[in-house]
Ligand binder design. Structure first.
Ligand SMILES: Cc1cc2nc3c(=O)[nH]c(=O)nc-3n(C[C@H](O)[C@H](O)[C@H](O)COP(=O)(O)OP(=O)(O)OC[C@H]3O[C@@H](n4cnc5c(N)ncnc54)[C@H](O)[C@@H]3O)c2cc1C
Length: 487
């Protein structure tokens, strides 16, 4: 079946979603036409970056082999099913699909997958801040327990975001332009962290604290303001989240089915080599080393684990520095199974943002049948690293104690829990890449740049970084174009 047949057969998404968003970006997904002779391409990693590159190159007639360390496709897209009863499932990795993520939506549509809304947007959710539990009903004004200025009180959270962040996005330029950022923008914003930026825009210290709830604490982990502004510019069209009915891993599985025997599983690559004429990958499989030769090689693995692959001859110093220094965010998910969705019965969404160590709470079973439900706690950064050091039972108690403050009676309804800490995942070692102040200037130009016959994909190489499937898919399309047109 060819691409056009797929598109004809594609089931229109279950949720109200306009596919006109697919045309909203000039650099959107396009199919490849093969240039020159068939190339033999080796791809390391069957995450969405490697899979989409393999799919696009195969469609164009190239000869592709994917080598994957795990026994499954999808990498950081991983749906947990076994631990839960009644057919319930939860996303250990990627959970939300924003309405404007045109690469993700394109493949969802291409493979005939169905979307559901991610969360109930009309029900109240909870903020737990400064020791207070505040029920927030969409559209209603909130009295925040923060010493905000009179103007900030009137503006509210979105008004402050508009004033302190969104109003200057025009100044940042077109973040999707390959030549972005312009030197003046780079100089002005790369060295600054987020809090300093907000303060420079007039935000009070209390507004900075409120705007940080449910996200990174700048005092612990600093992000380049330019990184934050680029993400904000890309997300201006974000107004809703979706998820794939049946589990987000249906997306990587849909690629994998179409690539079938081209993927070798349980085969970690340990060494790559290149000469002027060819590339080689050495991988372990069933206790023995194997070597595969090709014309081009695509590394579609996070830099956290790329650094464990031996390279001969060594990459340029700039690339080695980028691989060593690009930081990754730590995040963990703790799933608490409840015998009944008591929050929904009380007219609450099951979602919360907090200044507690668990950061956020999500009802990951929204729209799934069963009277049971699962609430997810989502510690990030320093708190995630602390959780990673705990035993499974300690992690669950840690989450239960805090979720009980947000949704009282969680303990009474609790049936069991399961956790996933991405720092201890051997083939990921983190959630997603980010840039610290100054790193846009020093690392960005070297992250995605090819080294001879070796090319790079993965969310960390995309403009859609910040831990999105969209970044992986965009990079897979970009690298497929690169290899297709390489001479
Ligand atoms: C907790 C969490 C929450 C997230 N939330 C969202 C979300 O809500 N929405 C969203 O869109 N995205 C989200 N993401 C981000 C999204 O999952 C990733 O950006 C995307 O899946 C990355 O794909 P990738 O192909 O770049 O990398 P990966 O998925 O990491 O794929 C790399 C592959 O390479 C393999 N590999 C590694 N080393 C080797 C080796 N030596 N040899 C062979 N194979 C190797 C790995 O096993 C893996 O399969 C989240 C991620 C996490 C972890």
């Amino acid at each position: 079946m060819n691409r056009r047949d797929f598109l004809k057969q594609a089931v229109v998404v279950g949720a109200t979603l306009s596919t006109s968003s697919l045309n909203a970006f000039a650099f959107g997904p396009r199919s490849l036409e093969r240039r020159g002779a068939t190339k033999k391409v080796i791809i390391i990693g069957a995450g969405l970056a490697g899979l989409s590159a393999a799919y696009e190159l195969t469609q164009a007639g190239h000869d592709v082999t994917v080598i994957e360390a795990r026994t499954r496709p999808g990498g950081r897209v991983h749906t947990l099913r076994d631990p839960f009863p009644d057919g319930l499932y939860a996303e250990a990795g990627a959970a939300r699909i924003p309405n404007h993520h045109h690469f993700t939506l394109k493949y969802v549509e291409l493979f005939g997958l169905t979307l559901d809304p991610f969360e109930p947007t009309s029900l109240p959710s909870v903020y737990h801040v400064r020791g207070k539990r505040i029920r927030v009903t969409p559209g209603q004004r909130v009295e925040w327990p923060y010493d905000l200025t009179a103007e900030e009180r009137t503006l509210g959270i979105n008004g402050m975001r508009q004033k302190y962040i969104w109003s200057i996005l025009g100044e940042v330029g077109d973040v999707t332009d390959p030549n972005w950022p312009p030197p003046d923008v780079l100089r002005k914003y790369d060295q600054m962290n987020r809090s300093d930026f907000w303060r420079s825009r007039g935000a009070s210290p209390e507004a900075v604290a409120l705007l940080s709830v449910g996200g990174i604490d700048d005092r612990v982990e600093t992000w380049s303001t330019l990184f934050m502004l680029r993400n904000q510019a890309l997300n201006r069209k974000l107004n809703r989240y979706y998820k794939i009915r049946g589990g987000n891993d249906l997306l990587p599985k849909a690629f994998a089915v179409r690539l079938s025997e081209k993927i070798h599983y349980a085969a970690p690559v340990v060494r790559i080599e290149q000469s002027a004429q060819a590339v080689k990958a050495v991988f372990l499989r069933a206790g023995a080393y194997h070597t595969l030769a090709g014309d081009y090689l695509i590394c579609a693995v996070p830099f956290t684990v790329q650094k464990n692959i031996e390279v001969a001859p060594a990459f340029s110093v700039e690339k080695q520095r980028a691989i060593e220094q690009l930081p990754y965010l730590s995040a963990s998910k703790i799933f608490l199974q409840s015998k009944r969705r008591f929050w929904a019965a009380e007219g609450q969404s099951g979602f919360a943002k907090t200044d507690l160590p668990i950061s956020q709470v999500w009802d990951v079973t929204y729209k799934q049948p069963s009277k049971r439900g699962i609430l997810q706690a989502f510690p990030i950064s320093l708190h995630s690293r602390r959780v990673t050091g705990m035993t499974e039972q300690e992690r669950i108690n840690f989450a239960l104690d805090q979720v009980e403050m947000i949704y009282p009676s969680m303990r009474e309804h609790f049936e069991g829990g399961v956790t996933k800490c991405w720092d201890e995942d051997e083939w990921a070692r983190g959630v997603g890449a980010y840039y610290k102040p100054g790193q846009f200037s020093s690392l960005l130009p070297h992250v995605a740049r090819p080294e001879g016959r070796i090319h790079f994909a993965g969310e960390h190489t995309s403009v859609w970084i910040d831990a999105w499937m969209q970044g992986a898919l965009e990079s897979g399309n970009r690298v497929a174009r690169e290899v297709n047109s390489a001479l």
